[in-house]
Design a protein around this ligand. Structure first.
Ligand SMILES: NC(=O)c1ccc[n+]([C@@H]2O[C@H](COP(=O)([O-])OP(=O)(O)OC[C@H]3O[C@@H](n4cnc5c(N)ncnc54)[C@H](OP(=O)(O)O)[C@@H]3O)[C@@H](O)[C@H]2O)c1
Length: 312
């Protein structure tokens, strides 16, 4: 792993060793949220269905739990005693592309938190979720869950991230990061954030509840088009990098209608509205594209992005 960045490390001085439970701790977001919360001084528990305990290597206390099931969640709160929780829901995998199921899974997490007497729940939603058109099905449950949470009586904050930098190295979705090229579903100007910065923002919200309870924060770390993303990787590696569409736009429109319309919101309507300038008022060292490539540190095949200097 690469060097952590600095902003949240100093938080540990203010509230040491408070317990926080991170749901879906082994996912792209969960892993980095756990890391950032640990660096900020929290005692971090993470849910996973697996007993292989890969979380322990990260210093996270694994709680065997299917985060979509109410009974498992009740047990996880009881076992850990955590009064703070980071809630993730997922339309594509855990909710099997059902808006109703994702909504039910999110409600179960909010209800379990309420029953456990949680004093701060952070819900990860999506920036501008309510402004995407009717074809963008995968964001609909987020809007409904924000509303449910606000009416639940559970003390909350909401984080609304834009596109993850992690999409630039996503082998599971046929986009592994390879030497000399970056690919994405759009070449146009886009707003990005690092999942690590979602975790750092969560650490700030949990550490300053008086400032953040009841509030929403857009997580937008950097803005640029794909040629600027390629230039950032080129700067980090010292080698040329090409910017390419991951698939032609007509195929995106034909086979990925939901995501196609999501990108149209970025490309045509220039959304989401949040800006890196605003987010940096909260997290001044939010990761840029260049920072993220250094932080990520490797290509999909495990090769280092910045080769180690030869020993003398
Ligand atoms: N990609 C983006 O640019 C972007 C931007 C903004 C917001 N988001 C949001 O990010 C969220 C996705 O988060 P993520 O990428 O961290 O998720 P993820 O990486 O897809 O999460 C994978 C984890 O989900 C668990 N899981 C998979 N199938 C499951 C099932 N059937 N039942 C229970 N658990 C299951 C597994 O954990 P275990 O096997 O350990 O249990 C697995 O490690 C979505 O809500 C999306 O809307 C994404």
């Amino acid at each position: 792993m690469n060097q952590p960045f600095t902003t949240t490390q100093s938080l540990s001085a203010t509230k040491p060793f408070e317990k926080v439970l991170v749901l879906n701790a082994t996912g792209k977001v969960g892993r980095q949220v756990c890391r950032a919360l640990r660096e900020a001084g929290f005692e971090v528990f993470g849910t996973t269905r697996s007993t292989s305990n890969t979380l322990a290597r990260q210093g996270v206390k694994a709680v065997v739990c299917n985060y979509t099931l109410r009974a498992d969640l009740d047990q996880a709160f009881a076992k850990t005693g955590a009064k703070k929780v980071f809630v993730i829901t997922d339309f594509f995998a855990a909710a099997k592309k059902s808006v109703d199921l994702e909504f039910a899974q999110g409600c179960a997490a909010i209800d379990a938190a309420k029953a456990a007497g949680v004093d701060h729940l952070i819900f990860m939603s999506v920036a501008d979720a309510e402004f995407f058109d009717e074809h963008v099905t995968h964001l609909k449950a987020k809007v409904a869950l924000e509303k449910y949470l606000k009416q639940s009586g559970v003390p909350f904050s909401i984080l609304r991230p834009c596109a993850f930098f992690e999409n630039l190295d996503d082998a599971a979705n046929f986009n592994p990061l390879k030497k000399g090229v970056v690919k994405f579903l759009s070449t146009q100007d886009c707003k990005y954030c690092a999942t690590y910065d979602i975790g750092r923002a969560a650490a700030i919200q949990l550490t300053h509840p008086q400032q953040w309870l009841g509030k929403t924060l857009d997580v937008v770390g950097w803005q640029g088009d794909l040629s600027q993303v390629a230039a950032a990787l080129s700067k980090v590696t010292g080698a040329p990098v090409k910017a390419k569409l991951a698939m032609p736009i007509f195929l995106r429109r034909l086979f990925m209608k939901d995501l196609h319309h999501m990108f149209l919101y970025y490309e045509v309507q220039k959304g989401p509205r949040g800006t890196p300038q605003d987010f940096k008022k909260v997290l001044p060292d939010a990761l840029s594209a260049e920072d993220w490539f250094r932080f990520h540190g490797q290509y999909a095949n495990g090769e280092k992005i910045v080769p180690l200097a030869p020993a003398h």
